[in-house]
Structures are given as structure tokens and as C-alpha cells.
Ligand binder design. Structure first.
Ligand SMILES: NC(=O)c1ccc[n+]([C@@H]2O[C@H](COP(=O)([O-])OP(=O)(O)OC[C@H]3O[C@@H](n4cnc5c(N)ncnc54)[C@H](OP(=O)(O)O)[C@@H]3O)[C@@H](O)[C@H]2O)c1
Length: 215
């Protein structure tokens, strides 16, 4: 288990929710932002002894890094934290939404945002894709979340670590395959957004059915 987790873009909707749930579960969390002052404001609002820093410093101070920024900001953000991310696990939650048509699947030329992250960060970083389908607002509450987390990565240990972290946050999570398969969960987010709009659902989610064999 990582000692300290940085949430880059942790001032935003998803980052706040993840930071809050991790801190409530007793993890040491640093919220990162492009502005150290904004990070401090978010940390103060979230409570639970969450610390704050500018993104690169947050990444440097953590063993595991979670990136929660818009697709348009993914490349610049990853390049900024790359020196501090070497040798670490980076969880990328980026969904490649291209406004205004966010309810339409528009995957990047690399195949997925997670593979794009791996390309930007290089082979010394274990990139894991996760949290694409969980509505941020639900993470800010304490109710059970009816959405499973699909966790993708080429490093099985890193994947298992992110499943454990998700479970600590009160989410059911599954190792769902190699990093390239993250495209499936990233694409599903646009489908969930379409369902939200069409049926007036407040944060549509996704659940895996069937009974797992006992370990
Ligand atoms: N919201 C959800 O329910 C949800 C669910 C699943 C996945 N996701 C994905 O998770 C990522 C984050 O989503 P979000 O809703 O949390 O995003 P958001 O609130 O719009 O932005 C998150 C943070 O990204 C930072 N950022 C860095 N560069 C930026 C730029 N050029 N423009 C705007 N913000 C920038 C901002 O932090 P600073 O200004 O402090 O640097 C901002 O607070 C996205 O890729 C999204 O598709 C979101």
C-alpha cells in the first residue's frame, strides 16, 4: 500500500471526491493544483488532514499519483509531473471527452487516454487507468455507490494496488485487463453521459453481474 497519495487536479470535481474518500479511509493525501493556493483552499475545505501543494511538488511527495484533469489538460499536466513520477504508479482517470459532443465516444489516436498517458510518461512509470465511470458527486457523499471501478494496467501489482485503494474508498473494483483495454471504460463514460441526459439519471453507473469464485 502506498504511504502517500497525490491527487493531481485535486481541486476539481473528481479529484476532490477521490481525495476525500481516500483521506476518510485513513490514507495520507496531498491535493495538487496548478496553484499552491488553490490546492490549499481545496484541502482546507475537504479537511481530514489532507495536505496541499503545487502539482509537481505533490507528485514528488507521493508514492502513488492519481491524475484527475480534463483531457485537454492531460498532456501538459503529465509532462509537468513526469520527473517526479519516475518509478511510481500513476493512476490516470482521464476520459477523452471532446466538447461539445461529450455524449459521443471520441477516443484519441493512441487508442485511449491511458495509453496516451503511458506514452507521455514513458516506460519507467506504471500507468493504471481507473475511475472513468464513477460520478464525482457520488464520491462526495457517504452513500454506497452503485458503480464498479474497472482497473486497467500492464503491471499486475500496480493494478492490484489500485483495486485495494478503490475498495478502501468503499467502491467495488475489478482488475479488468491491460492498459489498452482502458479504451472500453473511457468510451463507456460517454455512453453513461448520454443515458444521464436521455433518461434524467443522476450519475448513471456500471455494475458487473455474476458470482466470482472464492479466492
Ligand atoms: N467529474 C466526473 O464525474 C468524472 C467522472 C469520471 C472521470 N472523470 C474524468 O476525470 C477528469 C477530471 O474531471 P473533473 O470533472 O474533476 O474535471 P474538472 O473539475 O473540470 O477539472 C479538474 C482540475 O483540473 C485542473 N486543470 C488543469 N489544467 C486545466 C485546464 N487547462 N483547464 C481546466 N482545468 C484544468 C484544474 O485544477 P487547477 O486549476 O487547480 O490546476 C481543475 O480543478 C476528466 O478527464 C474527466 O473526464 C470525471
Amino acid at each position: 500500500m502506498p504511504d502517500t497519495i497525490a491527487v493531481i487536479g485535486g481541486t476539481g470535481a473528481l479529484g476532490r471526491g477521490i481525495a476525500r474518500r481516500l483521506a476518510k479511509a485513513g490514507r495520507a493525501v496531498i491535493v495538487g493544483s496548478r496553484s499552491a493556493q488553490s490546492a490549499q483552499r481545496a484541502a482546507d475545505e475537504l479537511g481530514h488532514d489532507i495536505r496541499a501543494a503545487a502539482n509537481a511538488d505533490a507528485a514528488a511527495g507521493a508514492d502513488l499519483i492519481i491524475v484527475t484533469v480534463p483531457f485537454a489538460a492531460q498532456e501538459a499536466t503529465l509532462k509537468e509531473i513526469a520527473p517526479a513520477a519516475s518509478g511510481k504508479v500513476v493512476v490516470d482517470a482521464t476520459v477523452p471527452l471532446v466538447p461539445p459532443r461529450v455524449a459521443r465516444v471520441q477516443l484519441p489516436e493512441e487508442g485511449s487516454a491511458a495509453v496516451r498517458a503511458q506514452t507521455i510518461l514513458g516506460p519507467d512509470v506504471a500507468v493504471v487507468g481507473a475511475f472513468h465511470n464513477v460520478a464525482a458527486a457520488k464520491l462526495m457523499g457517504d452513500a454506497r455507490i452503485l458503480c464498479d471501478v474497472l482497473v486497467f494496467g500492464d503491471d499486475k501489482q500496480a493494478r492490484a494496488q489500485v483495486v485495494e485503494l478503490s475498495e478502501a474508498m468503499g467502491l467495488r473494483a475489478f482488475q479488468a485487463g491491460p492498459l489498452a483495454s482502458s479504451a472500453a471504460a473511457e468510451a463507456l463514460t460517454s455512453v453513461l453521459i448520454f443515458l444521464n441526459k436521455s433518461y434524467g439519471i443522476n450519475g448513471a453507473g456500471l455494475q458487473i453481474t455474476g458470482e466470482a469464485k472464492p479466492a
